[in-house]
Ligand binder design. Sequence first.
Ligand code: 1JT
Length: 258
Amino acid sequence: MAQLLLGKTAIILGLANKWSIAYAIAQAYVREGAKVLITYQGDRQRLTVEELNTEIGAAKVLPCDVTREEEIAALVEQLKADGTTLDIIVHSIAFANREDLSRPFVETSRDGYLLAQNVSAYSLVAVSRALSPLMTNGGAILTLSYLGGVRVVQNYNVMGVAKAALEACVRYLASDLGAGNIRVNAISAGPIKTASARGIRDFSKVLDVVANLAPLRRNTDPAEVADTAVFLGSDLGRGVTGNVIYVDAGFQIMGLGL
Ligand code: 1JT
């Protein structure tokens, strides 16, 4: 089959380890012929991501902590210096304090709330503002969301509020950037056992409940999230912007299951 991203350059933010959704997306993008750039957060991640890249085959691995404006600016300068233009930006970044994903939501501290918003939602705005000028030929910006942003999902708590903000950011960014033929969308993935999710209380139970109730009677595979990211990043997605596409084995449609 023809490669869907041939001739396109994509930058992928949020690849931390081989369980990262961003890792699956990077692999799918390379498979589809994209030139892939990967960023890592902080010196501690550098070696890990460079080693992972021996399997991925991305063209470049660059530093960028999205909470630091100076690092975002340095990334832009680096890309400009290399004469790089971008077609696709993948934002696959979220963070909240562990205790904020177990205690009742009403207990969320101001610091915990702002941290989740800063890393998980505002970073999309910061990255879009800085990098969209490199999308001289139009482009696609993608982020990852979760159902907890629109429904109450026990324990998702402050991350749910951050995902609600993130999905609203997608709509406002889509409106602003549409004139430059830049599309902005989110993929709302079913729960996936990433390194971040691993430590969460009852996460295995979450996976079991979802697999039992979802129309497809199974959990979500990162590779199928990645294939939707291929679609949205490719010209096949050219009419889609400001949207949230569910890749969740259908779970989101269900009301009650017995
Ligand atoms: C973060 C974490 C963002 C886990 C995340 C996340 N987005 C989805 N998940 C998985 C998840 C987590 C819970 C859940 C359902 C899915 C952990 C680190 C911070 C960022 O509850 C039912 C709690």
